[in-house]
Design a binder for this molecule. Structure first.
Ligand SMILES: Cc1cc2nc3c(=O)[nH]c(=O)nc-3n(C[C@H](O)[C@H](O)[C@H](O)COP(=O)(O)OP(=O)(O)OC[C@H]3O[C@@H](n4cnc5c(N)ncnc54)[C@H](O)[C@@H]3O)c2cc1C
Length: 390
């Protein structure tokens, strides 16, 4: 199949169980009364919004998630590359010291362990594998940078170790061609997650504690009201609430187009996730769920798919350099997503008013930061709502 012929979609829908898919379905807000009342309204049902929703619900708040789409997983959270990686979308050595984002390195590391632990529970839907991640340096400059990055991570209490190209090849079960690799940084705790399984888990937990999630509920207005806020959807529903969290995600005001593809291929069990340490040829590679999923690289212009084929072909070719067994194969999935990205984008919570917070800046690496910030907004607001823990 040629790259152009592949649909613009990620492999997650095809590789999720019926059970997981069923948890992503949403009732439409159309069936609800025109006026509703809750303690907290959360706008957006991605990782960040759902994380906030389950945290509020567990604290005893009555909470509603208003999702613009008709189902969950149609935003960035359901179209990402499925890498579960601590940190934010820049090296630790570039993260501004003392910033809230710098604190996110250890917070996301802690959250990573929580997700890995939760996945071990028998009833857990979460499909995650702690296979580790390798950052591979293909130049002397990149190798020097890796050395600095490894010490910085260790200095932050994170786990990282420099390994040889031969070790990298061995860890991958000789799946990866390391002939151009100078050195590698191994992050042993990182993993590959099936994004739908995490979204379904967060949504279920919010529902279990009484939270409600509605689809076709695009919010167009938030106004101050005597009780707190009046939130209005484009279809004319109003939600009276005491607090609002905006978690509309990185797709709403895109500045770039990010590309991804996946090859269906058999990969040695426990082959780590890997990426190239050189920022100019950066792609990341995520084995798992019967595929090698690849994302990243240069961003394209948002609002056009004219150059998708070029970007995807380049990405497929780069993959074949690492994995010679893919030489004659074309990707089975290719997709492109317009999103807000910038080299200095920092995940953050922005205060928009009393008990009105916005989670933003999640960009191209935001699963764990989204989970952390979602819980932090709930902590920040809950105290002033005097809730009773469930
Ligand atoms: C191709 C690609 C690969 C990526 N790979 C990775 C990766 O491997 N690992 C990683 O950690 N991160 C990755 N990311 C980034 C990660 O997916 C995002 O940072 C994260 O999912 C953002 O979560 P979110 O909840 O903020 O946004 P979203 O998941 O986009 O959720 C926001 C939701 O808000 C809804 N919404 C928007 N406006 C409104 C409105 N007005 N009213 C109601 N609802 C609204 C949207 O429909 C959407 O469902 C990748 C992203 C992309 C696109």
């Amino acid at each position: 199949m040629s790259v152009a012929a592949v649909l613009n979609q990620a492999p997650w829908r095809d590789t999720a169980s019926e059970n997981v898919l069923s948890h992503l379905q949403l009732p439409s807000i159309d069936g609800m009364p025109d006026s509703l009342s809750y303690d907290v309204a959360i706008i957006g049902g991605g990782m960040a919004g759902l994380s906030a929703a389950q945290a509020f619900a567990r604290k005893g708040a009555s909470v509603v998630v208003l999702e613009a789409q008709s189902a969950l997983a149609l935003g960035a959270s359901g179209r990402n590359a499925g890498i579960l990686c601590a940190g934010i979308n820049m090296p630790i050595t570039y993260t501004p010291k003392g910033s809230r984002a710098a604190q996110l390195w250890s917070d996301t590391q802690r959250k990573l362990f929580e997700v890995l632990e939760e996945a071990k529970e028998e009833s857990s839907l979460i499909d995650v594998k702690r296979v580790g991640a390798m950052c591979l340096a293909t130049s002397k400059t990149a190798a020097a940078r890796l050395k600095r990055e490894t010490s910085a991570r260790l200095g932050h209490g994170m786990t990282a170790e420099l390994i040889s190209p031969a070790d990298a090849a061995k860890l991958s079960g000789e799946f990866i061609n390391v002939k151009n690799v100078f050195s590698a940084m191994l992050l042993p705790d990182e993993g590959a997650i099936h994004p739908f399984t995490l979204i379904a888990t967060l949504a279920n937990r919010a529902r279990r504690y009484g939270g409600q999630i509605y689809g076709e509920a695009r919010v167009e207005n938030i106004d101050k009201s005597p009780r707190g806020y009046t939130v209005r959807t484009v279809k004319g529903k109003t939600i009276e609430c005491r607090a609002v969290v905006s978690a509309i995600g990185p797709l709403e005001a895109p500045t770039g187009r990010i590309f991804a593809l996946a090859f269906k291929v058999e990969i040695p069990v426990n082959c780590p996730v890997w990426w190239d340490a050189n920022p100019y040829i950066y792609y990341d590679y995520r084995p798992g769920n019967g595929c090698l999923t690849v994302s990243g690289g240069r961003y394209g212009n948002p609002g056009t798919d004219k150059f998708d084929q070029q970007y995807h072909s380049k990405m497929a070719e780069a993959t074949r350099q690492w994995v010679p067994s893919l030489q004659k194969k074309e990707p089975d999935y290719c997709w492109g997503v317009d999103l807000h990205v910038a080299p200095d984008l920092l995940p953050e919570i922005v205060e928009r008013g009393d008990n009105c917070l916005s989670i933003q800046g999640l960009g191209a690496l935001g699963v764990l930061p989204g989970l952390v910030l979602g819980e932090q907004v709930a902590d920040q607001i809950a105290a002033s709502l005097s809730l009773t823990q469930k």
